[in-house]
Write a protein that binds this ligand. Structure first.
Ligand code: NA7
Length: 542
């Protein structure tokens, strides 16, 4: 840092949903001097990168997968479909940035390559890929839960001579699959959304599947004018319901499976399957991801549906999932299983026929060789913790986050870290993240961070920092919620199980509404679990 290093009140890393809202709130509502940095060429975060064919929000979306704080924004934006496409989400975020004049305070195509806390100055200094540095009292890390692409390390994969794309880093130019033999590795949300679209164009698609997945029909359809009008008129109530009900304005059922006969239960599953979306999980009976017997029944129902759709029994067998439904990210598809009825699609079950190596023109599995021209890696992300570790801030005494999170992602409230004063995370490990509506979650977290920053400034303090005791209590709290469910029994990215060597730890807070109440309680209890430091005399340390 030099005399000329620009000084800010806060630096924000990232300009996705969370970062953009944080910029608006800190700058416009709190009148702080804020600068945001993003390595991407524009706003959008996840939605800037994930442009693969078929990319859509994988949750009940329009108009709820959006900011909620401004009635004007709700009134002026025209959502068109029930399951929002990537292009629509990105257009919305671009509109948001323009409407609130945010772009002028975001530096794009600029990676934050280093971030260090200066204990004497009680400030963060960052270095960037463009050779600049900047300093701020507060560092807000809005680096995204799904950012660091997971690339499989198969022998010879780098020698593959054809085109290769990761769904999480999709090019801006159109990728043509026409006349091409395409290999797709991965059948999570991204693979399941992309495969039907690729299959419409390609000569042949070979899907390499590691874990068979459940997927529910999205039943995407145009939103009607009446629906949009009703949503706008009821927005205040809807917003309140979203805050109370896990991020969505839908009531989850209180119906108990034991009060119904098997025939009644089956009839209800049929009805909810037709309705589509995640209704089968949230509207059938209480406790689908808690009660093993109920889960088995719902899982078996979905497997039955898959068998009805997929005509070839061998392919259907390979597609049968065997984990507890709902304990991996629930997928909503638009014709995924139907795609296996096409002549130009084949499925390789990697559990029975693993990949041995890549050649420049093919994928060799134990039992065969598959010639391909294009490789699509739909292999997901080092989720939640990965993007913070990629930033790897250095806190007190130069301790890096990689050192601190060597074998556990200790933090407090999913938002702060002991040893890293004046640093905040949006959607960090232990925050509700994907278990709540991400935009609303980002909005509420950023508002809480802003209040905490306001507290430091109003009281003329120098730094705020979580205590290690608060971290330990928080860890117990997160796990005690998760351990009452079936989530920990499945190898999922929620558990860090998709990345070799990653610590096994549940990465989310399953009760989003309760979590945001908790944030408020912590603030009202004089920021319980935090210590505050007075402003240091210039030049003192220790
Ligand atoms: P996911 O959900 O992590 O899916 C990745 C897929 O790739 C999944 O089927 C993985 O199998 C598979 N995978 C990962 N590594 C490998 C290797 N080495 N070999 C073969 N197959 C592999 O990522 P998505 O991008 O689909 O979705 C991420 C989130 O984005 C999603 O949940 C939504 O919230 C949006 P596995 O199941 O791990 O055995």
């Amino acid at each position: 840092m030099t005399e000329n290093t620009p000084q800010y009140d806060a630096i924000i890393v990232g300009s996705g949903f969370g970062g953009l809202y944080a910029l608006h709130h800190l700058r416009d509502k709190m009148q702080l001097n804020v600068r945001a940095f993003d390595g991407a060429g524009g706003v959008g975060g996840t939605w800037w990168y994930n442009r693969y064919p078929g990319a859509r929000v994988d949750a009940p979306s329009s108009p709820f997968y959006a900011y909620t704080f401004s009635q004007e924004l709700v009134d002026e934006w025209e959502w068109t479909e029930t399951q929002t496409s990537q292009a629509s989400v990105l257009a919305y975020l671009e509109h948001f940035a323009e409407r609130f004049d945010l772009n002028k305070d975001i530096q794009f195509e600029t990676w934050v390559t280093d971030a260090r806390y200066d204990e004497a100055a009680q400030r963060w200094t960052i270095e960037t890929s463009t050779g600049e540095s900047a300093s701020a009292q507060f560092l807000v890390c809005a680096v995204g839960a799904l950012f660091v692409a997971n690339r499989p390390e198969y022998p010879g994969i780098d020698d593959f001579a054809g085109e290769c794309y990761h769904t999480g880093r999709w090019p801006h130019e159109k990728v043509s699959f026409e006349g091409k033999r395409v290999g797709v590795i991965g059948t999570g949300s991204s693979g399941i959304q992309a495969i039907p679209e690729i299959a419409k164009e390609a000569e042949h698609v070979t899907v390499f599947q590691r874990t068979p997945q459940y997927s529910l029909p999205a039943r995407n359809r145009p939103l009607t004018e009446e629906e949009l009008t009703r949503y706008r008129e009821d927005w205040d109530d809807l917003r309140m319901s979203m805050c109370k009900r896990g991020g969505w304005p839908f009531k989850t059922t209180r119906r108990r499976a034991a009060d119904h006969t098997p025939e009644e239960r089956r009839a209800l599953y049929e009805q909810l399957w037709e309705k589509g979306g995640i209704h089968l999980i949230i509207d059938s009976f209480v406790g689908v991801v808690v009660d093993k017997d109920l889960n088995d029944e719902v899982s078996e129902f979905v497997r039955g549906k898959m068998r009805e759709i997929v005509r070839d029994p061998d392919t259907a067998d390979k597609l049968m999932p065997d984990y507890y439904i709902g304990t991996k990210r629930m997928i909503l598809d638009n014709g995924y299983f139907e795609t296996y009825n096409r002549d130009n699609v084949s499925l390789v079950d990697l559990r029975a026929d693993p990949i041995v190596e890549f050649t420049p023109t093919s994928v060799r599995t134990q039992h065969g060789e598959h010639a391909i021209d294009i490789l699509v890696l739909a292999t997901g992300f080092d989720a939640v913790s990965g993007s913070m570790l990629n930033l790897n801030p250095k806190g007190r005494a130069g301790l890096s986050l990689k050192q601190k999170w060597d074998n556990r992602f200790d933090n407090y409230l999913g938002s702060t870290i002991a040893g890293f004063p004046n640093l905040f995370m949006i959607h960090g490990p232990g925050a509700p993240g994907v278990f709540f509506t991400m935009p609303l979650g980002g909005e509420r977290t950023a508002a809480w961070i802003a209040d905490c920053i306001g507290h430091v400034r109003d009281k003329a303090l120098g730094a705020v920092e979580a205590t290690e005791e608060a971290e330990a209590d928080w860890d117990r709290e997160i796990n005690s919620i998760a351990d009452r469910t079936l989530y920990p029994e499945t190898n999922s990215w929620y558990m860090g199980a998709n990345i070799p060597g990653k610590p096994r730890q549940f990465l989310g807070h399953l009760r989003g509404s309760q979590y945001f109440d908790r944030l408020i309680e912590v603030a009202e209890a004089d920021y319980e679990g935090f210590v505050f430091e007075p402003i240091r005399e210039e030049g003192t340390s220790g």
